[in-house]
Design a protein around this ligand. Structure first.
Ligand SMILES: [Zn+2]
Length: 406
């Protein structure tokens, strides 16, 4: 018997562009082999799946995670930290090593939640501190390896306890070792507030990035003019090191707390230097002006940040729910704006993470999900459970849960 030309043919679904009904998606070797028109004869395939008329969307991208901090996999654990950044850092160092589940097990539990919610690509920060050394990174890398058939995980070596205040040179050597051990980007954190030595931290981490040929993703929580100062210092170094397109500022709360004229100037600087912004719509901080940034040409993407962890008890690792939170905070009501919002949890995130061949098109990896929604605004607004999640053409989650439905 001749070999079937396709591994799987999917039928009875709708694409986001509202294209003609009756199209079929033909998958082979983990990729989208063809999008067949409705009037084409049914092709032979090893497997034919009827998707029940659901909307089929490209996999989601979570651009800011902390897989190593999550408490998923454990019974409910009451929040233990005081409401200050430094007390949360201290709680991490006290609590995380004493948990009955190790980093790999907890990170794996969170990756599976991400996948169940239709996410295929994750950028996570892993704590690199004098207390933890490379142990959190090693746990995250083990979880990544165990789930490589369901998602990609990009890791930032994150100096959660600071760089200069955490020892300076030995801390920079630890970050460099983290890149050698498998992290793909160098992180940073509040170079003024945490380190009180912006040049020390930023020169140090950019030197590692240059030496290793990797990007940077820097947590910047600093408010107002102080944060703007740090942001411009980061932009200057991105330009000086020729790192356009490989630099991200996480949060950038300061952009929401300065005069509009300064917002515009900062946005133009970020765009001209190739510095992206990732946001999670923090409830307790000023929001960066996302649309102003986008109109200036800044790449803006989204992530969940802390999900049921030592920093926050909230969240379920759902990027559609996260999009609805961000849209609600940013007052994005009209459909065209909600479609832009979707790009920030999908294609813009993929571009920021350097994911090639992203989207529903022939030749691309078959990463997508289905959802019982009329269209993208409905999918974000109501964010019902993902019906089916495919990674490389394989069903990896169904009905909102990891693994295939019974
Ligand atoms: Zn973070």
């Amino acid at each position: 018997m001749a070999e079937a030309p396709y591994d799987t043919v999917l039928q009875n679904f709708r694409l986001a562009d509202g294209g003609p009904p009756g199209q079929r998606l033909a998958l082979k070797d983990g990729r989208i082999a063809a999008i067949l028109p409705a009037d084409a004869p049914a092709p032979p395939a090893s497997q034919v799946l009827d998707l029940g008329g659901d909307l089929l969307l490209p996999s989601l991208v979570d651009g800011h995670m902390h897989l190593d901090k999550t408490l998923f996999g454990l019974p409910w654990t009451p929040h233990a930290a005081e409401p200050f950044r430094m007390s949360r850092i201290a709680t991490d160092e006290r609590l995380l090593p004493s948990l009955p589940l190790d980093t790999a097990a907890r990170a794996g539990a969170l990756i599976r939640r991400c996948v169940a919610n239709g996410t295929a690509h994750i950028r996570t920060h892993a704590d690199i501190t004098p207390a933890f050394g490379l142990s959190a990174l090693e746990g995250v890398l083990a979880a990544r390896e165990a789930h490589k058939a369901a998602a990609t995980v990009q890791v930032v070596a994150f100096p959660q306890a600071g760089v200069m205040r955490a020892g300076g040179k030995p801390m920079l050597e630890l970050l460099d070792a983290a890149i050698g051990a498998g992290a793909e980007l160098v992180g940073g954190i509040d170079p003024c507030e945490v380190d009180r030595d912006p040049a020390g931290q930023l020169d140090g981490i950019f030197a590692i990035a240059e030496k290793r040929g990797v990007g940077v993703d820097i947590h910047l929580h600093e408010a107002g003019e102080l944060g703007l100062f740090s942001l411009l210092e980061i932009c200057a170094r991105v330009r000086a090191h020729g790192m356009a397109g490989r630099a991200t500022i996480s949060h950038g709360f300061c952009l929401g707390g300065i005069a509009e004229s300064k917002q515009k100037a900062a946005a133009e600087m970020m765009a001209s230097c190739g510095v992206a912004l990732v946001t999670h719509g923090a409830g307790s901080a000023t929001m960066p002006p996302l649309m102003l940034l986008r109109r200036a040409g800044v790449r803006v993407f989204c992530g969940n940040d802390d999900v049921r962890d030592t920093w926050s008890p909230y969240g379920n690792a759902d990027m559609l729910e996260r999009a609805s939170v961000i849209g609600w905070r940013e007052d994005l009501r009209h459909d065209p704006l909600i479609l832009e919002l979707f790009s920030m949890v999908s294609s813009e995130g993929a571009a920021a993470l350097g994911i090639a061949d992203y989207g529903i098109a022939p030749g691309n990896p078959a990463h997508f999900f289905t959802i019982a929604a009329e269209n993208i605004p409905d999918a974000i607004g109501a964010h019902p459970p993902r019906k089916r999640v495919f990674y490389a053409g394989r069903l990896v989650a169904a009905d909102g849960a990891w693994g295939q439905a019974a």
